[in-house]
Design a protein. Structure first.
Length: 369
């Protein structure tokens, strides 16, 4: 479903369900966030549904949808595109707009190559046409080789319109890549691999990359780094000129005893105005069920600070009320508060999850305990 949380005068938050998916032609199992257009309409992707005859691992290959508010306060869904396999399958990431109102996104499967979801995924563009119609163009199909495969994250544009992203498979060590898509003078899109992960420098980037004002890219990996198969890293890619990029691992998670600093990162990084980076670890922390962290640069070295550790002690209520295992990133409001979600925990102490707010006061209080 798609929901909205609205603050009330009593300091509480009220949830409203804007749309519930059926798993049919309207789509099902959305796995990513939403974006607004200038008119207040919402756009997103559904991992399943659409053409239920498409797909092998899932019922349907997914859709791109729009939600429009009506005069009665309800929201109406419109399917902008239904994936059919050859043009992509199972979009797991959110979308981005360009200045002309076109939409860009990725699919985990479909296209070409021999990967798990009947293809190694690709990058697509949806262009608005007359009468509410949209035209899909496949910009790039991954093969699962050195070019990467199975992207699960959204794209990041630069000022020139180039697109940056990650894949969880492929590359020289089959540990995933960071890539750039640039449009040629002929209008075609060409991929360039900026970095192939090897394991020690990270493996399986599940989230996208963040573009800093300096032109550097920052991101995270699910695995790689320390502890066995790895507990994930935060990395930096620095442009060196003439198309060269240098990767630096700025932090390896599970560097602290018992992974108290967090580990296993599904989510990317969020910057503040000073250039500090914030993120969420799915596991680790003081209790083993995830953490919210900050990375700060000083003296040429990045230092991690755990802002919040999530406890989880099912079935011993209430130790899981504030959630467990955050799988998505965090966002700021104008006052510097952080907001996010968890995969598990909540009042039921099950896998329902919560939406949470972290204030500077609550972070300071936790640090003094």
């Amino acid at each position: 479903m798609v929901f909205r949380l609205t603050p009330t005068k009593q300091g509480k938050w009220k949830e409203s369900i804007l749309y519930s998916f059926t798993g049919g032609k309207d789509g099902g199992s959305p796995q990513a966030g939403l974006i607004f257009d200038a008119d207040g309409n919402l756009y997103g992707t559904a991992f399943e549904g659409g053409d239920i005859n498409c797909g092998f691992w899932t019922p349907g290959c997914g859709v791109v949808f729009e939600l429009t508010p009506t005069s009665r306060g309800e929201w109406k869904e419109s399917v902008l595109h239904t994936f059919e396999g050859a043009d992509g399958k199972n979009p797991a990431a959110g979308l981005i707009f360009d200045s002309a109102g076109s939409i860009y996104g990725t699919t985990v499967g479909g296209g070409s190559g021999n990967c798990f979801y009947g293809g190694c995924g690709g990058v697509f563009k949806l262009t608005p046409r007359r009468c509410g119609k949209w035209k899909e163009t496949v910009l790039f199909k991954f093969t699962g080789g050195n070019d990467g495969g199975q992207p699960s994250a959204s794209l990041t544009p630069d000022a020139k319109g180039n697109l940056y992203g990650t894949t969880g498979e492929g590359g020289e060590s089959n540990a995933g890549v960071v890539f750039e898509l640039a449009r040629s003078c002929q209008g075609n899109w060409k991929e360039k691999v900026l970095h192939s992960f090897s394991g020690t420098d990270g493996a399986v980037p599940f989230a996208g990359v963040m573009l800093a004002p300096s032109g550097r890219l920052y991101g995270t990996t699910l695995f790689g780094g320390n502890c066995g198969s790895g507990c994930g890293v935060a990395f930096e890619l620095r442009p060196e000129g003439r198309g060269k990029w240098t990767e630096t691992t700025i932090y390896k998670f599970c560097s602290a005893y018992d992974c108290a600093d967090g580990g296993t990162l599904y989510a990317g990084l969020t910057p503040d105005a000073e250039g500090n980076l914030y993120g969420a670890a799915f596991l680790g922390g003081a209790y083993g069920y995830g953490a919210i962290f900050e990375l700060t640069l000083g003296g040429g070295k990045w230092t991690e600070t755990v802002l919040k550790s999530f406890p989880f002690d099912y079935p011993f209520y209430p130790f899981c009320q504030d959630g467990a295992s955050p799988a998505a990133g965090v966002i700021f409001d104008g006052a510097g508060n952080l907001y996010g979600t968890t995969f598990a925990g909540g009042y039921s102490c099950g896998d329902a999850g919560v939406a949470f707010e972290l204030t500077p006061q609550s972070i300071a209080a936790a640090s003094s305990d």
